[in-house]
Design a binder for this molecule. Structure first.
Ligand SMILES: C[S@@+](CC[C@H](N)C(=O)[O-])C[C@H]1O[C@@H](n2cnc3c(N)ncnc32)[C@H](O)[C@@H]1O
Length: 229
C-alpha cells in the first residue's frame, strides 16, 4: 500500500520530502522500471509512450526550434523522452546526444538510425538505474518536455531531480516547456496525481529544492544552478 504524507512523517526512516506543493502520494512503494507505465499505455487509445512513428509533440517541436539557433556545438546533451529521435537527428554532427526512453519501439528506432554521436538507453528516469547508468556523466543541456508528467510519487520524482541536478555541468541547463509541464498521465490506470501538472511557481519550488533557479523565456523554462548568495 502506498505511503502517504502522514505515514512518512510518522516513520523517521521514511522519505523526507524536500519541497511541498501539495502532493499526497509521497512514496508509491514500487521501484520504477521500464514497464511501470505499461498498463497505462495499454489502456490509452492513442500513442502514450512510443512516439517512434509520430511527429514530435508541439512542446518538443518548440524546444527543437530553440535548439536550432542555440550554441551547442560540441555540447553533451541528454534528451529524456526519445520520441522519434528528433533531437538526435537535429543535432547530428553538432553535439553528442544521449537519450532515455521507456518505450522499446523508440529504443529500437533510435538504434536503427546509426547516428555516430547518439546513444539511447532503455530505462525509467525515476529508477535507481538512471543515476547509476550516468554515474560518470555530465551534460551541458538536459531536455525533458515532460518533467513531472509521469511522476509515480514524490519520492521518485525527487530522485529524478536529484540526478538531474548532479548531471548538470556548472554552466549547464535543463530545458522544458509550458505545454508538457501542464500534462500528466491521466488514462484511468496508474494515473499521475494532478498536483504534478506544473505551473511556474511549482516548477520554481521544485527546482529550488535541488539548488536550481528557473528562468522563463516565453513558453520555455530553463533551470540552472542557482548563484550562491
Ligand atoms: C509522449 S512521448 C513524447 C516523446 C517526445 N519527447 C516528444 O515530445 O515528441 C513520452 C516520452 O517520455 C518517455 N517516458 C515516459 N515516462 C518515462 C520515464 N519514467 N522514464 C523515461 N522516459 C519516460 C517515453 O518513453 C516517451 O519517450
Amino acid at each position: 500500500m502506498p505511503s502517504t504524507a502522514s505515514a512518512s512523517t510518522s516513520d523517521p526512516a521514511a522519505f523526507r520530502p524536500r519541497f511541498d506543493i501539495g502532493a499526497q502520494r509521497m512514496d508509491c512503494g514500487r521501484e520504477p522500471h521500464v514497464d511501470t507505465h505499461q498498463a497505462a499505455d495499454e489502456r490509452a487509445s492513442w500513442p502514450l509512450l512510443d512516439y517512434s512513428d509520430c511527429e514530435p509533440t508541439d512542446d518538443q517541436a518548440a524546444i527543437n526550434r530553440w535548439l536550432q539557433g542555440a550554441s551547442l556545438d560540441g555540447a553533451d546533451v541528454l534528451h529524456v523522452g526519445t520520441g522519434n529521435s528528433s533531437v538526435a537527428r537535429l543535432l547530428d554532427g553538432r553535439a553528442r546526444v544521449v537519450s532515455v526512453t521507456v518505450a522499446r519501439g523508440e529504443f529500437e528506432h533510435a538504434q536503427s538510425l546509426g547516428l555516430h554521436d547518439y546513444r539511447v538507453h532503455l530505462l525509467n528516469k525515476h529508477g535507481l538505474e538512471f543515476g547509476e547508468r550516468f554515474a560518470a556523466a555530465s551534460f551541458d543541456c538536459i531536455l525533458d518536455n515532460n518533467l513531472a508528467s509521469f511522476a509515480c510519487c514524490q519520492r521518485h520524482l525527487e530522485r529524478y531531480f536529484d540526478a538531474l541536478a548532479r548531471l548538470l555541468r556548472p554552466q549547464g541547463f535543463v530545458l522544458t516547456h509550458w505545454q508538457g509541464m501542464q500534462w500528466t498521465l491521466d488514462v484511468g490506470v496508474d494515473d499521475v496525481e494532478p498536483v504534478w501538472r506544473l505551473d511556474a511557481d511549482k516548477l520554481e519550488a521544485i527546482a529550488a529544492a535541488f539548488g536550481l533557479a528557473t528562468v522563463r523565456e516565453g513558453e520555455l523554462f530553463f533551470l540552472r544552478r542557482a548563484a550562491r548568495g
